[in-house]
Design a protein around this ligand. Structure first.
Ligand code: S5P
Length: 369
């Protein structure tokens, strides 16, 4: 049976299509409730700069994209700070790691080392040039990490771990000071702390996953009148991790074209229980059942007052399109904006300007009024 064209379909309808990945469904509902299909690319180099920008623009975005390897003082403070703001301002964290190695290596890069990405980033991305095992390896690592958390919860719940007090870290999947080992070994973790962290996580994630579709629809519908209530009904993000595949790039002369892009789509279809979408310059959903979220970097707006003026590149290969072109003409869903917002005098106001433009373009595309 064929499925209606996802380009013309509202994000809430897409959230409810059969087989939509739980994290993708959560993101799509969040986008509708917050009326934002804007992702901030927070390419800053210190923890304080990251937390400041997250705080400033958090209300206007659905995702915040990081490059943690450029943060000179990355550590627990970064993870906890970001988690706290993401929870208050309601956005997902996406680490733009661009994995590109053999399966065994990417598993370690994802789960270990100073960054332990799986712990705190709901979404990450990968190139497919090493072949499809990069996806299966990351998927297995994410599943193992989640299972390790669940096991630690079960153990601790059965021995009656106390609930955290309100001023204690109520943590989540991303809250511990150690990495999640991909062999499920939690013995290196600070157990008591971790168990409290994990117990809370599972409870909150259970809450959000037991929310029935109807409840989510209601949450989305409520958004028109009462955003806070709708967000409350939406609950916490699921524990599930999701992957975006780099199918096309924004930079001049890049090699991600033609057969390569097609291969990327094929791999995504084979693993749509983990791959939630693409980094791409246009919508790549073409077959019944495709419901990938297209996230698009290389986005810029002319300065206020100079609308209609062409946006040029950065002199280092980056090429820009406007949100309107990406969303209406190319069918992209989420626009990723870095320097366009980061270099503005009033970054909150500029993020709002991008949010409005991107949302207006989405409404135009799906024919909403
Ligand atoms: O094709 C791509 C893919 C990505 S993820 N082109 C990109 O520019 N990116 C990322 O998006 C890039 O690494 C940077 O973090 C962001 C664009 O930043 P801007 O300042 O040019 O908006």
């Amino acid at each position: 049976m064929s499925q209606p064209d996802t380009r013309a379909m509202s994000f809430s309808k897409r959230a409810n299509l059969p087989n939509t990945h739980p994290l993708a469904a959560f993101l799509l509902h969040l986008i509708v409730i917050k009326r934002t299909n804007l992702c901030l690319s927070a390419d800053v180099t210190t923890t304080s700069a990251l937390l400041n920008i997250a705080e400033e623009v958090g209300d206007s975005i659905c995702m915040l994209k990081t490059h943690v390897d450029i943060i000179s003082d990355f550590g627990e403070k970064t993870v906890r700070g970001l988690r706290d703001i993401a929870r208050r301002k309601r956005f997902l964290v996406f680490e733009d790691r661009k994995f590109g190695d053999i399966g065994s290596t990417v598993q370690k890069q994802y789960t270990a080392g100073p960054f332990s990405i799986v712990r705190w980033a709901a979404i990450t991305n990968a190139h497919i040039f090493p072949g499809p095992a990069i996806v299966t390896a990351l998927k297995a690592a994410a599943a193992d990490a989640i299972a390790a958390f669940n096991r630690s919860v079960e153990t601790e719940i059965s021995v009656g771990t106390p609930r955290p007090s309100s001023d204690e870290d109520d943590g989540s999947f991303d809250g511990s000071s150690e990495g999640v080992s991909n062999d499920g070994d939690t013995t290196k973790l600070p157990l008591r702390k971790r168990s409290i962290v994990a117990a809370t996580t599972i409870e909150s994630s259970t809450e959000s996953t037991t929310l029935e579709r109807g409840a989510l629809d209601e949450a989305t519908a409520q958004a028109e009148n009462d955003r806070e209530k709708a967000l409350e009904a939406l609950g916490s993000p699921p524990l599930a991790r999701g992957l975006l595949l780099l199918a096309e790039m924004s930079s001049e002369g890049n090699l991600l074209t033609g057969a390569y892009t097609q291969k990327c789509i094929d791999i995504a279809r084979d693993h749509n229980d983990f791959v939630i979408g693409f980094i791409a310059q246009h919508d790549l959903n073409s077959k019944p059942g495709d419901n990938f979220i297209t996230c698009t970097p290389g986005i810029s707006l002319p300065p206020p007052g100079q609308e209609g003026q062409k946006v040029s590149g950065d002199g280092l290969g980056q090429q820009y399109n406007t949100p309107h072109k990406a969303i209406v003409q190319e069918g992209c869903d989420v626009v990723i904006v870095g320097r366009g917002i980061l270099s503005a005098k009033d970054r909150a106001a500029e993020a709002e300007r991008y949010r409005r433009e991107a949302w207006k373009a989405y409404e135009e595309r799906v024919g909403a009024n």
